[in-house]
Design a protein around this ligand. Sequence first.
Ligand code: MG
Length: 169
Amino acid sequence: MDRKIEEAMNRQINAELWSAYLYLSMSLYAKSKGLDGVSHWMYLQWLEEQDHARILQEYMLRVDAKVTLMPIDGVPSSWESVYAMFKDALIHEQQVTHMIRRMVKMAYDVDDFSTVSRLQWFIDEQVEEEDSVRAILSALEMLGGDSAAMYEYDKSLLCRQYTKAEPLG
Ligand code: MG
């Protein structure tokens, strides 16, 4: 694997683990506010982000590249509101999308088509990630601070189920 791609992949692994850490923090924050559904939703994000890191790690080992685990930066632990928290989640996912697009471009530049192919899953996944956060933001906007409606909406988020990322089999 090209050195620059290897470095970018390791940075991406770190970014996925940081995402996991961020969502765990959001899950704990929501729990502390009595929003069990939001907390559960964020908890599944924490699991999914760890899957994302694992997909990259496993791929790198398969192509004989070196995985280097770097320190994970701290994450915020409180937000002004649940809405602000999801807004942060959206901004974060948009940044991740940007990182992945840049990496695909780099991989194309050095004819590393197997990495392009592996990253294609992430390109599609990011569309899902951004869409699901946007859907929650729209729902929260419609609730407009009605606490009874928020109670019901929060409960509806408890239905979300964890499914292991497809590349992990
Ligand atoms: Mg991710």
